[in-house]
Design a protein around this ligand. Structure first.
Ligand code: SF4
Ligand code: SF4
Length: 292
């Protein structure tokens, strides 16, 4: 069995934090940005240095892990403020050719997919700075928690590669669907029962098997998106496709990345397609019952 997982050529987008236009932000958001952006960089640097140490000595076989170990991981994740935890095998089709932020080129057999909620009120200000700043804040907070959980797993004797929420070597939303955390909405974001599209994702690749069986409640998003299309109509950059583009390798393109990223940089993180989604505004339960 091939121990390490490698990309099959999926292209990724370069994210440059220096392109965020924070000099024009005024008031408390400016102070928040000055505090948060260095923390994003710090957590990225920590993830990079841990990865470099990790791949100096590649393990020769996949380690066996009992259910108690996975239970400990879930408990530790919650202690670190991580809201969502799921498990799935790494799918090489979802791995990017380049991880521009973290420089990760290989992953282990299995994945722990992680999610952290973004603040409801901050997201409701989109596309004003507090929403984008909250995205950066969760990149920093989830980045730190992912690093700490990776350290915890390594301290238990298992080999692990922590992947920062900013950038990353693999398509996180697709992996989150594999881990049964939710489904993808028309705007290309993971939609979960708990938070709608209001979370950021990260992942830890782990050299351990078998993965635990965790009961996750299923979510049926597509039927709502077909009728709704609110994000398509409200996107200020007109970047969300009415009909997604399906590719042979199983990936799906839902937004025009060029159009989105330009507006994303200008507004320090946009987030309008999170704010406008009814799964954020009124939540899954209300959506479900309004359908009846
Ligand atoms: S805004 Fe509507 S169409 Fe867009 S993801 Fe949310 S439910 Fe789907
Ligand atoms: S982040 Fe903003 S620009 Fe990008 S797709 Fe969402 S609404 Fe459109």
């Amino acid at each position: 069995m091939m121990l390490l997982k490698k990309s099959k050529g999926l292209k990724s987008r370069l994210i440059e934090l220096t392109k965020f236009d924070i000099k024009d932000i005024e008031g408390p958001s400016s102070e928040d940005a000055k505090r948060i952006i260095p923390k994003v960089f710090k957590t990225v640097r920590k993830a990079i240095s841990t990865y470099k140490k990790e791949i100096k000595d590649i393990p020769e076989s996949v380690q066996s892990a009992p259910q108690e170990f996975w239970d400990d991981v879930i408990v530790q994740a919650k202690k670190l403020g991580i809201d969502l935890v799921g498990f799935a095998p790494i799918d090489e089709e979802f791995m990017f050719e380049n991880d521009y932020v973290g420089g990760i080129e290989v992953l282990y057999e299995n994945a722990i997919v992680l999610g952290m909620e973004m603040d409801y009120k901050a997201i409701d200000t989109a596309p004003e700075p507090p929403a984008g700043i909250e995205s950066l804040n969760i990149y920093a907070e989830l980045g730190e928690a992912t690093n700490k959980l990776t350290d915890f797993i390594r301290s238990k004797g298992y080999r692990a590669i922590g992947c920062h929420p900013l950038g990353g070597p693999i398509l996180y939303p697709a992996m989150a669907v594999k881990a049964k955390l939710g489904e993808i909405g028309k705007q290309g974001l993971l939609i979960t029962k708990k938070f709608g599209p209001r979370q950021r994702l990260s992942l830890i690749a782990i050299n351990a098997t078998p993965l635990p069986e965790v009961a996750q409640k299923t979510v049926d998003i597509e039927q709502y998106c077909k009728k709704c299309k609110r994000c398509v109509n409200m996107c200020p950059a007109n970047a969300i496709y009415d009909e997604p583009i399906y590719k042979d390798n199983g990936t799906v393109t839902r937004i025009d990345g060029e159009k989105c990223i330009k507006y994303f940089y200008e507004t320090t993180g946009c987030s309008v397609c999170i704010k406008e989604c009814p799964f954020h505004k009124i939540g899954y339960k209300a959506m479900y019952y309004s359908r009846l």
